[in-house]
Every structure is written in C-alpha cells, then in structure tokens.
Write a protein that binds this ligand. Structure first.
Ligand SMILES: Nc1ncnc2c1ncn2[C@@H]1O[C@H](COP(=O)(O)OP(=O)(O)OP(=O)(O)O)[C@@H](O)[C@H]1O
Length: 510
C-alpha cells in the first residue's frame, strides 16, 4: 500500500466529526492492507513505529533539507525499511547515517507525506482519541466484537500486534492473549471526587488508601529477572536498582505488581515529586533512594488475577508484598474513610484513593472503581509556548503558556489544546535550566518574546481555582497557577481537559 493512502485516510478522519465516519475510513484502510503491512501501517497511523522509539529529536528532523517528490510513490514497506535503518544506526558516525536515511526518505516523500512522517518519527503526537477509534475500526474490519479487541489491546499493550492478530488470525487468537510476565499492561486509572464521603458514596465498601505523590510503577518478576515500568510502560529497570533488589526478595516466582514509588527524606517525610521524577529521567543513579508501595497484584505464579475482585487481589497482595503494602483501611464508613484521609495529609501525602472492593482490575481505563480525592487542586496541562524571562531570569525560558486538552474540538481543533493561563511560579533554577534546553529542542516558531513549542510536555500545575475569561478561547483562566513539577511519565493525550477546568466555574451549564 502507498503511504499516501494513510495520509489521505488520516486527513479524512480529521475532517469529519462523526465517529462512525472515522471508523469507516480506518476500517476500509485496514481491510486493504497486506498481512505484513498491518503492523507497520498501524504504527504510522498512531505515530508509534513498530521499531519503538527512533530517538530522533525535533531539531534533527527540522534540519533535514530535501526537495520533496511531486507524486506519491513511497510504499508502507519502504518507510518501514527506513525505520529499521534508523533504529539500528548506532555508534560513531550514527548521526550522519541517520541524517542520510532521513534525507533520502524526505526526498522520496511528497510534502504531505513528509508532514506525517515527521510526526511518526518524532513519535509523540499520538492522540488518545485516534487509538479509541482505531480499536473500533479493527473490530469492524475483522468482524470481531469490540470488547474482545479492546481486551487484547490492553493486555498486550500493542495496538499494531492486536490489529495483525485480529485481521489475520481472528477472535480466537485475540481471546488467547493473556498477561505475560515481562510484558507491561496499561495501568488502571482513577476518577476524581471532591470529598471522601462523596467517593465512598459511589464505591460502597472500599479500600481507602493513601495517595502518595510519587510515580506509578508496574513491576514484573520472573524468577530473578525483574522489570520495572512507568505509567506509560517505559522500561526503567536499569535506573532503579534499589527497587529491583526489593522485588527480587519477594516470595513469588512469577508476579506482576502495581504500585507507586517515592523517595523519603531522613525523617520519612515524602520528598518532592520532582526528586522522584529526576531519578526516572537520570542516566546515572543518584543518592536519592526510592522505595515502593504496592497496591495491586495482576498475576501470581501462573494465575491471572485481573478479573478477581479487589478484595481477593488485596489478600493475595498482602501475602506477597508484606511490609511494602500501601497503607490503607478497608471500610464502608465515611467517617473512618475521612480519618484515613486526614492521616495521609498529615503524613505529607496528596490525599487518598477510594477503591471499590468488588471491582476487577480494569487495565488502561479510568473509571468509578478507583476514585482519588485530593484537597489541593492540581491539573496536568500541556506547555504550548514559553516566554523569555527578564531580570534575574534573563536568558532563560520562564513563563509557561498552559493548555488544556480539547478532545472534541469545542474550542478549536479536535484533539488540540486550548490555552488557559500562564505561570512562572514554582520554578527552581535547575528546572529553568532544564526547561530552557528542553523547550528550545521542541521549538516550532517565535513571536513577541515567546517560543512556541510542539505540545508534548505535560506539567502538573497547582491552582486555587479558575475564573471566567473573555481573553482565553475556552472562556476560563487559571487562578494562582504554580508549577508542581513536570510529568515526563504522562503523554499529552492524557492531560486534563478544558471540560474538567470549566466544570470548576460556578454556574456554567454544559
Ligand atoms: N494507593 C494508590 N492507588 C492508586 N494510585 C495511587 C495510589 N497512590 C498514589 N497513586 C498514584 O495516583 C494515580 C491515580 O490517579 P490517576 O489514575 O488519575 O493517575 P494520574 O493521571 O497520574 O493522576 P495524578 O496526576 O493525580 O497522580 C496513579 O496513577 C498513581 O500514580
């Protein structure tokens, strides 16, 4: 298949607001792929190449100079072969080799094909919205029930392979996809309530647990082999040897655990979230040691536990992790639950997560089975641009332009971002230095003292609330926004939405 057909399909998908029409277009494309084209083509559709991260920055890409082709001749297989070359180019002279591959590709591509290829190579413009539609399209194209496709995608964490299985082998092969120790699955996510009482009203009998402000980890142990993965399934095993050591000692041959990790200071108080994330990003180990708290178990010694109720999973979890268990209490009494929250806050944690005891582990889904309650309002927003600082901050990129996600395109492009405020508060010198370098590498243009950037960086912002704003396109502006920390573990497609912020406005009927 020609790459141009993928470009045309994606254009069609963007041009229509109808979900059904999007599914039709994608399903039609999928049915026309040859078996060996399915995985590469799906990778191109969702900007997640089959070869994994290609490790090419925006700067390298925008440095490619080429005269594009007038007519479309590039095949999906040609692009896939070029990606193989990019992924395997390493060692000395690799930069030149990669640039040569990119230049050849850019010359063979038409301008619109190169637009798409850049986004695929960069690998970060994934819109969660498209992945959902694509799952429906895979179901349609392979005449398989939607839930069967979704389940396989969740458990394998691999949309490309799910599409290939669905289209070439059918529902039985999909149903046979199970958990595999060593292959991470998307974590279960929480919804939000404003009080513990409200949360327990929804959940009924629940495990009310501390919500630690660290980083999510999924841990896989197979004998002595241990793998540690982030919220976005990045493998960070080599960066966290102290966690690997702890997991090795657990009394289980095969186990998959879900938890949170955090660094404590000498008084056992949690260190700032930034310190934990610094460990995740660092190539070298630092003095700050992490420790784990586990709150769920997905698999134990040959038995998948996903579909068991939390009450059963907790009992099994406790027998495996002992002292590394997340603190919490099982109760259906709102007062007892509220007391856990007070205790968690007093110990310096963020709040609590209230989890229905009957609920299974819903991998990759955000639902009412887990409800987080945090007294400080924090939102994960996307940096759209940054202003150059002045005075003491001269020469640093400082004031961040913050955007909320607009999945339905109510205030702009569907899947785009709507600006809701700015802040330069809460930035340490070290963060200023880091963000200047980081955002210059993501630069897409400059205007009036600000650098606009590719909207891929998620930052956690604390606010006192929101107010109506005639100036911002979403009609809402943040009040007293300050930076809590960057969220390299969160993709922009999962940032908070403009709807979530507008819901904070008093008296807005949506
Ligand atoms: N006891 C706990 N149970 C579940 N998650 C916990 C717990 N303690 C801390 N967490 C963290 O809280 C998050 C739950 O909120 P959510 O599923 O919305 O993830 P998130 O989008 O990363 O949210 P947040 O930014 O609030 O951490 C988990 O991803 C995990 O990192």
């Amino acid at each position: 298949m020609l790459l141009a057909e993928i470009v045309r399909t994606l254009d069609g998908v963007t041009a229509t607001r109808s979900r059904l029409a999007k599914v039709d277009l994608l399903a039609d494309l999928l049915t026309r792929l040859r078996p060996e084209e399915i995985a590469p083509a799906v990778g191109m559709l969702v900007a997640a190449p089959r070869q994994g991260r290609l490790g090419i920055g925006w700067r390298t890409l925008s440095g490619v100079e080429a005269t594009h082709a007038d007519s479309a001749t590039l095949e999906v297989a040609d692009v896939d072969a070029a990606f193989d070359e990019l992924a395997s180019a390493g060692g000395s002279g690799s930069a030149a080799a990669r640039l040569a591959v990119l230049t050849r590709l850019a010359e063979r591509a038409t301008a619109s094909e190169w637009d798409l290829l850049q986004r695929v190579i960069f690998g970060e413009l994934r819109t969660g919205a498209l992945e959902g539609v694509l799952l429906d399209a895979i179901a349609r194209a392979s005449s398989t029930e939607g839930p069967v496709v979704r389940r396989a995608a969740m458990l394998s964490g691999d949309l490309r392979e799910t599409a290939r299985l669905a289209l070439t082998e059918g529902p039985d092969a999909l149903a046979a996809v199970g958990l595999e120790v060593g292959r991470p699955v998307l974590p279960m996510l929480a919804s939000t309530a404003s009080t513990v009482e409200e949360a327990i009203g929804v959940s009924g009998p629940a495990s009310v647990e501390y919500k630690l402000d660290g980083a999510r980890i999924q841990v896989h142990k197979h004998g002595d082999e241990v793998g540690v993965y982030t919220r976005t399934l990045a493998d960070i095993t080599r960066r966290v040897p102290e966690l690997v050591e702890i997991v090795r000692t657990l009394p289980a041959a095969d186990v998959i655990l879900d938890g949170e990790t955090l660094a404590l200071d000498e008084d056992d108080a949690p260190r700032p979230f930034q310190d934990t994330m610094a460990r995740f990003g660092a190539e070298r180990a630092s003095e700050i040691a992490l420790r784990p708290w586990f709150f769920d178990i997905l698999h134990l010694d040959g038995r998948d536990l996903l579909d068991e109720p939390l009450s059963v999973r907790r009992a099994v979890l406790e027998s495996v992790v002992g002292e590394w268990m997340m603190p919490g209490t099982v109760t259906d009494d709102p007062q007892v639950a509220a007391a856990v929250s007070v205790e968690a806050l007093a110990a310096g944690h963020e709040g609590v997560v209230v989890k229905g005891l009957d609920a299974p582990y819903a991998a990759g889904r955000r639902g009412a089975s887990w409800i987080k309650v945090k007294p400080v309002l924090t939102y994960d927003l996307v940096v759209l641009g940054v202003e150059w600082g002045s005075g003491r901050r001269q020469g640093w990129l400082s004031n961040l332009h913050l955007g909320a996600r607009d999945p339905l395109g109510e205030f702009g492009e569907p899947g785009g971002f709507v600006m809701v405020g700015k802040t330069f508060k809460g930035l340490t010198d070290e963060t200023l230095r880091w963000q200047t370098e980081h955002f210059l590498a993501l630069e897409t243009g400059r205007s009036r003292g600000a650098v606009t950037v590719t909207p891929t960086t998620v930052v956690e912002i604390a606010i006192d609330g929101v107010q109506r704003s005639p100036r911002y396109p979403g009609g809402v502006a943040l009040r007293f926004a300050r930076v809590k920390g960057y969220r390299p573990d969160k993709p922009a497609a999962e940032a908070d939405t403009i709807t979530a912020l507008r819901d904070l406005l008093p008296g807005i009927s949506r």
